[in-house]
Write a protein of this length. Structure first.
Length: 249
């Protein structure tokens, strides 16, 4: 009874203070709360390639595996098994080797993530939203030589894309270094890159608290090159609609 009472108090504390619930007991990393948390900033004065700082809040997911909606497709997200490593590349966070790499940013319920990321080259990248034991959503994108840069939203269960639960979105090419804002609130996802509203409150009806993950995946052209300059995250109140970001820095 005492243990149950303590659990109830802990849950009540989390609800009051805007902390995401239901993270695993062995979870390591940032849990998004009402106050913004800086996940990373540029690091000056280091060699071209270096390990992540010892106190880094970012957690590489070296054993992540999933099967996207197009397992045999040469470009769209398919069979993914992490084989890459993350580190500091010229002062920013990036993949130092390998072709498939995933980086846990935080555990969150409704959240707002903003920062500055550089994307270059061809290949694929993805965000996992509400990712928990293979359940959640993937917002994935691939840049093609002739067909532009389509985006997709896929729902997952058991680490596999659910059949007929992939939506192809408008094409958008994330060019170079861009400020961005990604949010999930009231079971809808939004993404602003620079001054472009790429996704505006797209429904994710089965969304639950889980990991927020950023990754790159191998294609016939290789993976997309990412350079993470800065990131910060905060929890959002489910009932309040976040403003469209016009001041992402």
């Amino acid at each position: 009874m005492k243990r149950a009472a303590h659990s109830f108090v802990a849950i009540l504390f989390c609800v009051i203070h805007g902390t995401a619930l239901a993270q695993p007991d062995d979870f390591i990393g940032v849990i998004a709360g009402s106050k913004p948390v800086t996940l990373c900033l540029p690091v000056r004065g280091i060699s071209a390639i270096a390990p992540l700082p010892k106190k880094s809040k970012l957690v590489p997911l070296d054993e992540l595996q999933l099967t996207g909606p197009r397992p045999s497709h040469p470009f769209v997200l398919g069979n993914f098994a992490a084989d890459g490593h993350w580190g500091m590349v010229n002062g920013a966070v990036g993949v130092t080797d390998g072709n498939n790499a995933a980086l846990q940013l935080a555990w969150a319920s409704d959240f707002e993530l903003e920062g500055v990321i550089e994307q270059s080259g061809l290949g694929g990248s993805f965000w996992l939203l509400g990712w928990d034991e293979g359940h959640g959503y993937a917002l994935h994108n691939v840049l093609l030589k002739e067909s532009g840069s389509p985006w997709f939203l896929t729902e997952f269960r058991g680490g596999k894309a659910i059949e007929d639960r992939t939506l192809e979105l408008e094409k958008f090419d994330w060019k170079g270094t861009q400020p961005f804002r990604l949010s999930v609130q009231a079971q809808a996802v939004s993404l602003t890159v620079g001054k472009i509203q790429v996704i505006d409150r797209l429904p994710v009806e089965s969304y639950h608290p889980g990991r927020v993950v950023l990754g790159v995946y191998d294609t016939r052209y290789g993976p997309r090159t990412l350079s993470i300059k800065s990131l910060k995250i905060r929890a959002l109140t489910p009932g309040n609609t976040p403003p469209i970001s016009a001041k992402v820095k």
